[in-house]
Write a new protein. Sequence first.
Lengths: 224, 424
Amino acid sequence: MYCKNCGVKLDLSLTKCPLCGEKVKNNNSYNSLYSLDIDYLAKDISIMYFAKLIILILFLSTIVTIVCNLAIDKRISWSFYVIFSFLFIASHYFYLSTSKRKVCFIVNTFSLELLLFIIAYLNKGLNWYLYLVGPFILMGSIFILFINFISKFKNILRNISYFLLFVAIILILINGLISLYMVNKFILNWSYYSLISLVVVASILFGLSFNKKCMTEVEKRLFI
Amino acid sequence: MNNKNKDMTWLKLDNAALIYPATINRKIATMFRFTVTLIDEVDMELLQKALDNIMKRFPTFNYALKEGFFWFYLDLIKDSPKIGQDYQNPLVRINWKDNKNYMFRVRVHHNRIAVEYFHALTDGTGGLTFILTLVGEYIKLKYNINYKYNNLVLNPNDEVLDEEIEDSFLRYAKKSGKMDKEKRAYHIKGIEENANIINIITGKVSISKLKKICTKYNASITEFLTSLILESLEEISKKEINCNKPIKVSVPVNLRKIFNSSTMRNFSSYVNVGIKVDKNGHSFEEIIFEVKRQIKEMTTKKKMTEKISANVNLAKNLLIRIIPLFIKKRIMSLVENRVGDGYVTTTLSNIGLVKLPKEMEQYITDINFILGKSKGKSGSISAVGYQDTLYITFSRKIKEAELERLFFTKLVKMGLEVEIESNR
Ligand SMILES: [Zn+2]
């Protein structure tokens, strides 16, 4: 039997051409070459299976906690912590279920923010959360996404200059946020100096990055 | 022979084997497989007896892979291997415990005997010698014949030579070595199959007819096949926008043919043969010219000595030696992903023509050679010749068979008859 597309002769056991998928009529269904049984790795514990199991166990224990809380206090009070901790852990399930790492990362950042917000809110520590913890975690995540983004460009010097500019912006924000927290006003003091020096270095590097000779020297010495 | 005096309860891994245990993950281990198809249904009990008879002739096959604090090592097994049934999806990672810790397994399906090896145990030549000696012994028991042993079919009652169990890399490595600098290569993209599944397509071609075409290009069969694979890969890569990575095929080199060695452990290296991608593409003549030039340039004794010396010296480096294994294996795995699989698009391992004793040949209809999955590559290609048939086998972990289709239809267009077999 020949495949009319590929022109190859097909073994009697084949019902379609493995090269192009064209179906062929072969009355011999017996494959003398390969068994029909499938081999499995015996100890192949799937991570997904594990994750589902853990989430299920945590879910059940969360329910138990809520029931206990209701029975004792007649309302949901301290079990709030447990509920949101559970939601936080469950959101990490995304990491395993999709290959879109960036989406997972963003989802997890927000779930962490939410968890900390709830803890701060229940403890009446919103001031502490809004000016320090919340923005710092957000900046950290954006920083990681930014590094991930610029690492796609080939030019090392230009990447370093972008990086320095970004650091300068973050330092300004840190300075401002701390002053907001301490004196309730957005005041910048020490970050001016770092801003100026970082911008100067960044622009020198940015300028040099267009010089080919200099670039090859740097690449030669700094390649990883 | 004086290895009886030596402490053989444990062995160090040979230099080429060092990398394989470090790169094992949950799903994938570097494996390869030989199959021999006989004229009759295989008698399992007799085959088991044949296996027991030949084990003492291959002492290095009787070891298990164990973790030390700084390196992996091989630990003597006080047991004997068992034969099992074969499956539709061969080359699934060996589960050591289920396999009595052996790094190879023998499997039977009707007329066919298969042996699958973990690469840390041996290379293609060692694996081929083992299965052919096993089949030889089986044929001897079953059909009661005698034949003259050769370099592939060993006499199981012969004494084991010291040099069969040596690490030949250490013998031929020099003080200073050199690694070639390389660029990352193009990789075929595709939808990955389930971890247990491997797609195998074997094309059978007449060697005499293929040789006629090869002489037209003044190339060896390996050079011709490599060129045809590169041409097919170039067509695939052209469909992708902005693909500027080179296309490279890794061609294993049997070092026993360059250096004097008869070791049954790993003693092979590889050369990466490739072409740069440009807009106009290359004619087949251009590719063949380039492949011949590169293979000739890279497989010289001098180049190979540099390469194995670099590897041996790296393993001898004190800084590397003092890193604990649990850290070292992570580093090695990362390096292998970047350097090993990262530098090549695929592999073509041609084991060459198998010459058997005449009396044995009448009982054997086919011989095949298959490479297992690897982490970084979409698939691998292997070839083995027996009588007038060349068995070219593509194994892949993705659904798409575009490379296979291009390659075999090119052979058909050159006027060759190609017979296709597959496991799915
Ligand atoms: Zn077809």
